[in-house]
Design a protein around this ligand. Structure first.
Ligand code: G3H
Ligand code: ZN
Length: 277
Protein backbone atom coordinates (compact mmCIF):
# COMPACT_ATOMS: atom_id res chain seq x y z
CA UNK A 1 0.00 0.00 0.00
CA UNK A 2 1.39 3.40 -0.95
CA UNK A 3 0.96 5.54 2.15
CA UNK A 4 1.41 9.11 3.28
CA UNK A 5 4.80 9.86 4.80
CA UNK A 6 3.30 10.92 8.15
CA UNK A 7 1.46 7.62 8.30
CA UNK A 8 4.67 5.71 7.62
CA UNK A 9 6.43 7.62 10.40
CA UNK A 10 3.65 6.62 12.81
CA UNK A 11 3.91 3.02 11.65
CA UNK A 12 7.67 3.03 12.25
CA UNK A 13 7.22 4.54 15.70
CA UNK A 14 4.53 2.05 16.67
CA UNK A 15 6.76 -0.83 15.58
CA UNK A 16 9.89 0.68 17.14
CA UNK A 17 11.89 0.23 13.94
CA UNK A 18 14.32 2.22 11.87
CA UNK A 19 12.58 2.81 8.56
CA UNK A 20 14.85 2.01 5.65
CA UNK A 21 14.77 4.27 2.61
CA UNK A 22 15.99 2.51 -0.51
CA UNK A 23 16.91 4.59 -3.53
CA UNK A 24 15.59 3.45 -6.86
CA UNK A 25 16.63 4.36 -10.36
CA UNK A 26 14.63 2.17 -12.69
CA UNK A 27 12.01 -0.54 -13.04
CA UNK A 28 14.12 -3.46 -11.86
CA UNK A 29 15.47 -1.73 -8.75
CA UNK A 30 11.92 -0.70 -7.90
CA UNK A 31 10.66 -4.29 -8.23
CA UNK A 32 13.57 -5.62 -6.19
CA UNK A 33 12.96 -3.14 -3.37
CA UNK A 34 9.22 -3.73 -3.17
CA UNK A 35 9.69 -7.50 -3.25
CA UNK A 36 12.16 -7.15 -0.39
CA UNK A 37 9.62 -5.25 1.71
CA UNK A 38 6.95 -7.83 0.91
CA UNK A 39 9.21 -10.74 1.74
CA UNK A 40 10.11 -9.25 5.09
CA UNK A 41 6.54 -8.10 5.71
CA UNK A 42 7.84 -4.67 6.69
CA UNK A 43 7.24 -1.15 5.44
CA UNK A 44 9.59 1.70 4.60
CA UNK A 45 10.49 4.25 1.97
CA UNK A 46 11.23 3.94 -1.68
CA UNK A 47 13.13 7.04 -2.72
CA UNK A 48 14.41 8.71 -5.84
CA UNK A 49 16.87 11.54 -5.81
CA UNK A 50 16.36 14.79 -7.71
CA UNK A 51 19.35 13.92 -9.89
CA UNK A 52 17.72 10.69 -11.00
CA UNK A 53 14.67 12.60 -12.23
CA UNK A 54 16.72 13.43 -15.32
CA UNK A 55 16.38 9.78 -16.30
CA UNK A 56 12.89 9.07 -15.01
CA UNK A 57 10.32 11.82 -14.53
CA UNK A 58 8.40 12.05 -11.25
CA UNK A 59 5.28 10.81 -13.02
CA UNK A 60 7.09 7.82 -14.53
CA UNK A 61 8.46 6.81 -11.14
CA UNK A 62 5.16 7.39 -9.36
CA UNK A 63 3.28 5.30 -11.93
CA UNK A 64 5.88 2.55 -11.69
CA UNK A 65 5.78 2.44 -7.91
CA UNK A 66 1.98 2.55 -7.84
CA UNK A 67 1.82 -0.32 -10.34
CA UNK A 68 4.33 -2.38 -8.34
CA UNK A 69 2.45 -1.61 -5.14
CA UNK A 70 -0.94 -2.87 -6.32
CA UNK A 71 -0.17 -6.35 -5.01
CA UNK A 72 1.83 -5.18 -1.98
CA UNK A 73 0.42 -5.11 1.51
CA UNK A 74 3.13 -3.43 3.60
CA UNK A 75 3.11 0.38 3.87
CA UNK A 76 5.54 2.16 1.58
CA UNK A 77 6.00 5.91 1.13
CA UNK A 78 7.33 7.36 -2.11
CA UNK A 79 9.98 9.89 -1.17
CA UNK A 80 11.86 12.59 -3.06
CA UNK A 81 15.47 12.28 -1.91
CA UNK A 82 17.84 15.27 -1.90
CA UNK A 83 15.23 17.53 -3.49
CA UNK A 84 17.25 20.12 -5.35
CA UNK A 85 14.62 22.68 -6.23
CA UNK A 86 11.15 23.87 -5.37
CA UNK A 87 10.15 22.89 -8.94
CA UNK A 88 11.14 19.27 -8.29
CA UNK A 89 9.17 19.31 -5.05
CA UNK A 90 6.05 20.57 -6.81
CA UNK A 91 6.40 18.10 -9.68
CA UNK A 92 6.80 15.18 -7.28
CA UNK A 93 3.77 16.13 -5.21
CA UNK A 94 1.72 16.57 -8.37
CA UNK A 95 2.81 13.08 -9.45
CA UNK A 96 1.70 11.52 -6.17
CA UNK A 97 4.86 11.37 -4.03
CA UNK A 98 3.98 11.04 -0.35
CA UNK A 99 7.15 12.30 1.33
CA UNK A 100 9.65 15.02 0.45
CA UNK A 101 13.21 15.99 1.20
CA UNK A 102 14.51 19.43 0.36
CA UNK A 103 18.27 19.59 0.47
CA UNK A 104 19.42 23.17 0.81
CA UNK A 105 22.30 22.22 3.09
CA UNK A 106 24.85 23.74 0.71
CA UNK A 107 23.33 27.19 1.28
CA UNK A 108 24.27 29.50 4.16
CA UNK A 109 22.27 28.82 7.34
CA UNK A 110 19.64 31.55 6.90
CA UNK A 111 19.05 30.69 3.25
CA UNK A 112 18.78 27.01 4.07
CA UNK A 113 16.09 27.95 6.61
CA UNK A 114 14.19 30.05 4.05
CA UNK A 115 14.25 27.35 1.38
CA UNK A 116 13.03 24.72 3.84
CA UNK A 117 10.35 27.06 5.19
CA UNK A 118 8.71 27.58 1.82
CA UNK A 119 8.91 23.87 1.06
CA UNK A 120 7.29 23.05 4.39
CA UNK A 121 4.51 25.60 3.75
CA UNK A 122 3.81 24.01 0.39
CA UNK A 123 4.06 20.35 1.42
CA UNK A 124 2.09 20.70 4.63
CA UNK A 125 -0.77 22.18 2.64
CA UNK A 126 -0.90 18.77 0.95
CA UNK A 127 -0.39 16.93 4.22
CA UNK A 128 3.08 15.72 3.26
CA UNK A 129 6.10 15.63 5.59
CA UNK A 130 9.39 17.33 4.83
CA UNK A 131 12.92 16.20 5.57
CA UNK A 132 15.63 18.87 5.67
CA UNK A 133 19.39 18.64 6.01
CA UNK A 134 21.71 20.53 8.30
CA UNK A 135 25.44 20.14 7.78
CA UNK A 136 26.82 18.58 4.62
CA UNK A 137 27.30 14.89 3.99
CA UNK A 138 30.66 13.93 2.56
CA UNK A 139 31.19 11.62 -0.37
CA UNK A 140 29.74 10.84 -3.74
CA UNK A 141 26.19 11.71 -4.55
CA UNK A 142 25.14 10.88 -8.09
CA UNK A 143 27.19 13.27 -10.17
CA UNK A 144 29.06 15.29 -7.62
CA UNK A 145 31.54 14.61 -4.87
CA UNK A 146 31.59 16.62 -1.70
CA UNK A 147 34.99 16.60 -0.09
CA UNK A 148 34.45 18.97 2.81
CA UNK A 149 33.57 17.59 6.18
CA UNK A 150 30.81 19.81 7.54
CA UNK A 151 29.27 18.11 10.51
CA UNK A 152 25.95 19.36 11.83
CA UNK A 153 26.48 22.11 14.40
CA UNK A 154 24.64 21.36 17.62
CA UNK A 155 24.09 25.06 18.27
CA UNK A 156 22.11 25.39 15.02
CA UNK A 157 19.75 22.46 15.51
CA UNK A 158 16.97 23.80 17.75
CA UNK A 159 16.69 27.09 15.82
CA UNK A 160 16.70 25.31 12.46
CA UNK A 161 14.03 22.80 13.40
CA UNK A 162 11.83 25.40 15.06
CA UNK A 163 12.08 28.02 12.30
CA UNK A 164 11.72 25.64 9.37
CA UNK A 165 8.94 23.47 10.77
CA UNK A 166 10.57 20.42 9.15
CA UNK A 167 9.37 16.98 10.17
CA UNK A 168 12.64 15.07 9.87
CA UNK A 169 16.22 16.22 10.15
CA UNK A 170 19.09 14.68 8.17
CA UNK A 171 22.33 15.01 10.09
CA UNK A 172 26.00 14.91 9.25
CA UNK A 173 27.82 13.04 12.01
CA UNK A 174 30.59 11.32 10.07
CA UNK A 175 28.23 9.45 7.75
CA UNK A 176 29.29 9.54 4.10
CA UNK A 177 27.63 8.92 0.76
CA UNK A 178 28.87 6.01 -1.32
CA UNK A 179 31.12 3.12 -0.47
CA UNK A 180 34.57 4.64 -1.06
CA UNK A 181 35.02 6.10 2.41
CA UNK A 182 34.50 4.20 5.64
CA UNK A 183 32.06 6.06 7.82
CA UNK A 184 32.79 6.56 11.47
CA UNK A 185 29.76 7.85 13.30
CA UNK A 186 30.28 10.47 15.99
CA UNK A 187 27.92 9.19 18.67
CA UNK A 188 28.57 11.94 21.24
CA UNK A 189 27.58 14.48 18.55
CA UNK A 190 24.51 12.42 17.59
CA UNK A 191 23.43 12.29 21.22
CA UNK A 192 23.73 16.07 21.54
CA UNK A 193 21.79 16.65 18.32
CA UNK A 194 19.06 14.27 19.47
CA UNK A 195 18.75 16.30 22.67
CA UNK A 196 18.29 19.53 20.72
CA UNK A 197 15.99 18.33 17.97
CA UNK A 198 12.27 18.12 18.52
CA UNK A 199 11.89 16.05 15.34
CA UNK A 200 13.31 12.60 14.56
CA UNK A 201 16.62 12.22 12.76
CA UNK A 202 17.72 10.69 9.46
CA UNK A 203 21.02 9.06 8.56
CA UNK A 204 22.14 9.30 4.97
CA UNK A 205 24.85 7.14 3.47
CA UNK A 206 23.61 3.89 4.95
CA UNK A 207 25.69 1.74 2.58
CA UNK A 208 28.93 1.00 4.36
CA UNK A 209 27.81 2.01 7.87
CA UNK A 210 28.40 -1.06 10.05
CA UNK A 211 25.00 -2.45 11.03
CA UNK A 212 25.75 -2.33 14.75
CA UNK A 213 26.27 1.43 14.40
CA UNK A 214 22.92 1.80 12.67
CA UNK A 215 21.25 -0.14 15.47
CA UNK A 216 23.01 2.05 18.02
CA UNK A 217 21.80 5.19 16.24
CA UNK A 218 18.23 4.02 16.79
CA UNK A 219 18.71 4.86 20.47
CA UNK A 220 19.25 8.50 19.49
CA UNK A 221 15.97 9.12 17.73
CA UNK A 222 17.19 8.08 14.26
CA UNK A 223 14.08 6.74 12.54
CA UNK A 224 15.15 6.62 8.89
CA UNK A 225 18.34 5.36 7.23
CA UNK A 226 19.03 5.80 3.52
CA UNK A 227 20.53 3.09 1.33
CA UNK A 228 21.59 3.75 -2.24
CA UNK A 229 24.98 2.48 -3.42
CA UNK A 230 24.58 -0.93 -1.81
CA UNK A 231 21.59 -1.82 -3.99
CA UNK A 232 23.07 -0.23 -7.10
CA UNK A 233 26.14 -2.40 -6.63
CA UNK A 234 23.99 -5.53 -6.27
CA UNK A 235 22.17 -4.54 -9.45
CA UNK A 236 25.15 -3.58 -11.61
CA UNK A 237 27.39 -6.45 -10.51
CA UNK A 238 24.78 -8.94 -11.73
CA UNK A 239 25.27 -7.71 -15.28
CA UNK A 240 29.01 -7.15 -14.92
CA UNK A 241 29.72 -10.65 -13.69
CA UNK A 242 27.57 -12.27 -16.36
CA UNK A 243 29.28 -10.24 -19.05
CA UNK A 244 32.74 -11.07 -17.74
CA UNK A 245 31.86 -14.75 -17.87
CA UNK A 246 30.41 -14.59 -21.34
CA UNK A 247 30.71 -11.61 -23.68
CA UNK A 248 27.92 -13.06 -25.78
CA UNK A 249 25.32 -12.86 -23.05
CA UNK A 250 22.19 -11.40 -24.58
CA UNK A 251 19.49 -12.75 -22.33
CA UNK A 252 18.43 -9.46 -20.82
CA UNK A 253 15.22 -10.93 -19.41
CA UNK A 254 17.02 -13.63 -17.44
CA UNK A 255 19.69 -11.21 -16.23
CA UNK A 256 17.12 -8.62 -15.23
CA UNK A 257 15.39 -11.30 -13.20
CA UNK A 258 18.70 -12.15 -11.52
CA UNK A 259 19.35 -8.46 -10.84
CA UNK A 260 15.93 -8.07 -9.21
CA UNK A 261 16.57 -11.16 -7.09
CA UNK A 262 19.97 -9.83 -5.99
CA UNK A 263 18.49 -6.45 -5.05
CA UNK A 264 15.71 -8.19 -3.11
CA UNK A 265 18.31 -10.25 -1.24
CA UNK A 266 20.22 -7.10 -0.21
CA UNK A 267 17.00 -5.38 0.90
CA UNK A 268 16.14 -8.39 3.04
CA UNK A 269 19.63 -8.53 4.57
CA UNK A 270 19.57 -4.81 5.39
CA UNK A 271 16.09 -4.94 6.95
CA UNK A 272 17.08 -7.99 8.92
CA UNK A 273 20.36 -6.53 10.19
CA UNK A 274 18.92 -3.14 11.05
CA UNK A 275 15.69 -4.19 12.70
CA UNK A 276 15.63 -7.86 13.46
CA UNK A 277 19.07 -8.69 14.82
O1 G3H B 1 20.24 9.81 -0.03
C1 G3H B 1 20.71 8.71 -0.32
C2 G3H B 1 21.58 7.97 0.60
O2 G3H B 1 22.11 8.85 1.52
C3 G3H B 1 22.46 6.99 -0.07
O3 G3H B 1 23.72 6.81 0.51
O4 G3H B 1 24.65 5.45 -1.33
O5 G3H B 1 25.89 5.71 0.79
O6 G3H B 1 23.83 4.35 0.72
P1 G3H B 1 24.56 5.51 0.14
ZN1 ZN C 1 21.73 11.05 0.93
Amino acid sequence: ELVNGFKLMEYGKAKGIVLPAFNTTNLELTSGIIRGYQNMNLGGYIAISSNNLKLSTPQMIADLVKAEMTTASTPVALHLDHGKSFEDVKACIAAGFTSIMIDASHLPFEENIKEVQRTVDYCHFFGIPVEAELGAIQGKEDDHVLATDAKTKVADVAEFVEKTGCDLLAVSIGNVHGMDLTPNLDFPLLAEIAQESTVPLVLHGGSGIPFDQVRRAKGHNVIKVNYGSDLRQAFISTFGQAYEKNHKTFDLMALSGDAIANVTARVKTIINEVNMS
